[in-house]
Design a protein around this ligand. Structure first.
Ligand code: AGP
Length: 607
């Protein structure tokens, strides 16, 4: 995610804002910028790269003053570059923004028609142009900002200043933004507390629709209609390290809890339920009517997302899908047809084996599509097409929100292709989109009820071996659950298709190895119940994750966690969340380095 900060106080905005940006660096970014206001004049500097480069540029300029805005950019629209970095300006308006403006293309066309010229590829740049276009009609700077915000669809946390006006305006809708109350009437806005915890621990957390109007020593908060609202001032007692993680103990836990927002952001601007349509901007695909086979290639967690993507595609498109681990694919001289579509999935977009697989495919002239979370990464730049997950920076080595957003993209892509292949009609699409839209809330329901998972973790953390069992689309789910446990707790965990139990793993079962089952009420539910009986008959411990609150084995097993129901194709996104949490809590209780587990890197950029 981008990070924004703004300041109105005594002199010295420049140093305070640069320091705040440094405190936001952990969030991940690719460029940074700053604007300083002094006696009505605004000076601006932007750099692709590090905050330190920006600091040098603005210090060399020597300009300083009592007010300013600054920004670290984590690109979602428009590759990382100086011209796409914030702040963005139009006329005498300067803006920094975090979020996704869903209707920016139509606003941009309208503003171009009014004579506005744009210099960046970002969605953000429409905001200062829109405000500038409304100044005369609104009659005031504040009024123009209010009118502009009402026209925006999507999510925003914005800071706005104007030459000649000693006013800093901040506004929030779905993206976080707070106002810090410093000493001597100092006001600081920030995406989250870490940026400014060194200057104050008194914050107002703005709510959706709030507009904060800051003048020297004065703060007024209104709603979008201009009516004043009262917001509670809260004191936050966080350490610096805790603050960086937004109050969570580890980035992994924060990212598990970010999944509702991450999936919502990944859907924004791409689904239209009433019309039963999925949109992917600038998606360059081959003539899919000629596609006879689809490949899905990745590593690790991203490979598990591919295994689920296979189920989603084959169940609805009836096109054969072959999945492969990138490090296998690249060396086995795969039998490819020029009309095959190859989808490569990578959170980082820098995994060496996945990039090598992509190069092998391109060498043979096939079409490549990336599903990636990092704009401007190697994979996203070199594939013929790319669909971004908008999960925001994933800092924890163990991938969580990237996985659930990847599966969400596969589901949207299935609808997109199904409509174009005429295997899905608008009613099908409306139904499927309707189920997808419910997922963020269903995950939130799981998170809100997840306290029992820590107990389950505590009761089982002393075991040294776990077996995870699932069937069908939930076999990849248990592969992912087992990977989470082993990579952060260092406990041996392996996953099997539950139907394979009698072909070997059943020999392992005894009271020393818990068996984790993922078994929603789908077509294999009864079969998996039989597997659980076989485990119980051998004194095995059963930990069951299901959508059946009245499971008739509930009283005979060691742990039961119920997730909300969903359709077959989306069920793994729900079942994986308690598995992520169980792995997290075991690792945390065991005291391992959850965010940087031993021997692991966030992105395996070497073979
Ligand atoms: C998952 O928790 C691991 N960190 C690892 O398996 C990871 O998924 C794999 O290295 C692939 O990374 P990528 O998605 O960035 O390509």
């Amino acid at each position: 995610m981008c990070g924004i900060v703004g300041y109105r106080g005594r002199e010295g905005a420049r140093e305070i804002l640069i320091d705040a940006l440094r405190r936001l660096e952990y969030r991940g970014y690719d460029s940074a910028g700053i604007a300083i206001w002094n006696k009505g004049t605004v000076r601006l500097a932007r750099r692709q790269g590090k905050v330190s480069d920006l600091a040098e540029a603005i210090e060399a300029d020597g300009f300083d003053g009592p007010m300013g805005l600054a920004h670290t950019r984590w690109a979602t629209h428009g590759v990382p570059s100086e011209r796409n970095a914030h702040p963005h300006t139009a006329a005498d308006i300067t803006v920094v923004h975090n979020g996704i403006i869903e209707n920016y293309l139509e606003l941009k066309e309208t503003l171009k028609g009014q004579g506005h010229t744009f210099t960046s590829d970002t969605d953000t740049e429409v905001i200062p142009h829109l405000i500038a276009s409304l100044l005369s009609k609104a009659g005031s700077f504040e009024g123009a900002v209010r009118s502009a915000l009402r026209m925006l669809k999507g999510s925003y946390a914005v800071g706005v200043i104007r030459e000649g006006e000693d006013i800093l305006i901040a506004a929030k809708k779905e993206s976080p933004l707070l106002v810090g109350l410093g000493e001597d009437g100092e006001h600081i806005i920030a995406s989250d507390a870490p940026a400014i915890i060194n200057r104050t621990n008194r914050f107002i957390f703005l709510e959706d629709g709030d507009i904060a109007v800051i003048r020297k020593g004065d703060l007024k908060i209104t709603n979008l209609d201009g009516d004043e609202v009262t917001r509670e001032v809260r004191s936050v007692q966080w350490s610096g390290a805790m603050a960086e993680k937004g109050g969570y103990r580890h980035f992994m836990l924060k990212e598990i809890f970010e999944q509702p927002r991450a999936i919502s952001d990944t859907l924004i601007g791409r689904i239209e339920e009433e019309e039963g349509e999925v949109f992917f901007e600038e998606l360059d695909l081959p003539d899919i009517a000629k596609v006879r086979k689809i490949w899905m290639v990745a590593c690790g967690t991203s490979y598990h997302a591919c295994l689920i993507g296979k189920h989603i595609f084959e169940a609805n498109l009836r096109i054969p899908v072959e999945t492969d681990i990138a490090s296998e694919f690249r060396y086995r001289d795969p039998i490819l047809d020029r009309n095959d579509l190859v989808i490569l999935v990578s959170q980082s977009g820098e995994t060496a084996d996945t990039i090598a697989a992509m190069k092998e495919v391109k060498k043979r002239g096939l079409h490549t599509l990336a599903i990636c979370n990092v704009l401007g990464s190697t994979l996203s730049r070199e594939c013929d097409g790319v669909i971004y997950t908008h999960a925001g920076p994933e800092i924890g080595v163990a991938s969580t929100k990237a996985f659930t957003t990847q599966v969400s993209v596969f589901f949207m892509l299935m609808i997109y292709l199904g409509k174009r292949l005429n295997v899905l009609d608008s009613d099908d699409a409306r139904r499927l989109i309707g189920e997808l839209r419910k997922i963020p809330h269903k995950i939130q329901t799981i998170l809100d009820a997840s306290s029992s998972i820590e107990d389950t973790a505590r009761e089982n953390m002393h075991y040294r071996h776990f077996l995870y069992l699932g069937r069908g689309i939930n076999f990849p789910t248990v592969l992912e659950g087992a990977l989470k446990l082993k990579e952060i707790s260092y406990i041996h965990a392996e996953a099997y298709a539950a139907g394979e139990m009698k072909h070997g793993p059943i020999a392992l079962i005894d009271e020393n190895m818990p068996i984790v089952f993922v078994s929603p009420r789908d077509q294999t539910y009864k079969k998996t119940c039989s597997n659980m009986e076989e485990v119980l008959a051998r004194n095995g411990k059963v930990l069951l994750f299901t959508d059946d609150a009245r499971h008739d084995m509930a009283k005979r097993i060691d742990a039961l966690f119920v997730v909300p129901e969903s359709i077959y194709e989306l069920q793994p996104i729900l079942s994986v969340v308690p598995l992520q949490l169980m792995a997290y809590h075991m690792a945390n209780l065991l005291g391992t380095d959850v965010d940087q587990p031993r021997n692991l890197a966030k992105s395996v950029t070497v073979e």
